[in-house]
Design a protein around this ligand. Structure first.
Ligand SMILES: Nc1ncnc2c1ncn2[C@@H]1O[C@H](COP(=O)(O)OP(=O)(O)OP(=O)(O)O)[C@@H](O)[C@H]1O
Length: 258
């Protein structure tokens, strides 16, 4: 578990005059599950990449447990992308060993069993369905027992039952390992179901326009009426704010919850 302090003045890409992010300031407590919601192009992926030290930031703008990021990851990080990004020429077991080379066969079987893929370690990605490949990517992220887990729309374009199953799996593994989580999504229902807190970003340049704790006791099932009520209250309470934000592309789908 790790705490995170973000205090970004601005983020530009070298090849563009447009500011992508900032000013942006928020903190995440150890073990907290934070959902990041915002329009397309608000800089959500850029922010995850900066936290993972895949993109530069100015000194002191990102801190792990109070210590500034120094160009290397500030702790053990797991990153789950929109696509599973498995190596097609490696078996499931060898894809997992890429992140932890000394993993024993029994440890591989144990994590695969947890994600519902017992006995599949010798298969190649082409033999797995899209949902199964995403399970492997979840297993790969949790295998290292990360202090911080970054997820970038990991369940997008999955059918509803598969996405529901994977959300439950993510919740179980989060409860078991308690990493700090930053979860990017366009789906407000998903954010309410999973997160302790939701941060809404404005359209580019991304700034936090709303920081809302989700005060609904767990477990939270997708068809839980409390989630729908909470969403309606949220939309009513902040309708003016959201209406303003809706003028940017992408947040329409947030308000619609799809
Ligand atoms: N490597 C890059 N070089 C230049 N500009 C980039 C680069 N990567 C992203 N951008 C730009 O930065 C802005 C933010 O992109 P980013 O992918 O972080 O947004 P996002 O909020 O994750 O979007 P989406 O929800 O559509 O995935 C966009 O305008 C994008 O074109």
């Amino acid at each position: 578990m790790v705490s995170l302090d973000i205090a970004l003045q601005s983020k530009f890409y070298a090849n563009s005059p447009d500011k992508v992010l900032g000013p942006l300031s928020f903190s995440v407590s150890p073990g907290e599950f934070v959902a990041l919601v915002g329009p397309s192009g608000a800089g959500k992926t850029t922010l995850l990449n900066m936290i993972a030290a895949l993109q530069n930031c100015a000194p002191g703008e990102i801190k792990f447990n109070g210590r500034p990021l120094t160009g290397k990851p500030g702790c053990k990080i797991g990153y789950i992308f929109q696509q599973p990004r498995l190596m097609s020429w490696l078996t499931v077991a060898d894809n997992l060993r890429l992140v932890k080379p000394d993993t024993t066969e029994s440890d591989i079987e144990a994590i695969l069993t947890k994600v519902g893929l017992a006995g599949k370690s010798d298969l190649y990605p082409k033999h797995l369905s899209g949902g199964m490949q995403r399970r492997v990517s979840i297993a790969r992220a949790f295998l290292t027992e990360p202090d911080l887990l970054l997820l970038d729309e990991p369940f997008v374009s999955l059918d509803a039952p598969n996405a529901d199953n994977l959300r439950s799996l993510l919740s179980e593994l989060w409860v078991e390992q308690q990493p700090t989580v930053i979860f990017v999504t366009h789906d407000l229902n998903e954010a309410i179901q999973l997160a302790d807190r939701i941060l809404f970003l404005s359209s580019a340049p991304g700034m936090v326009i709303l920081d809302k704790p989700v005060d609904i006791a767990r477990p939270r099932l997708p068809d839980d009426s409390r989630l729908q009520r909470w969403k309606i209250d949220l939309l009513c309470e902040y309708s003016g704010l959201l209406e303003g934000a809706l003028s940017g592309p992408g947040l329409k789908s947030v308000a619609g919850g799809q």
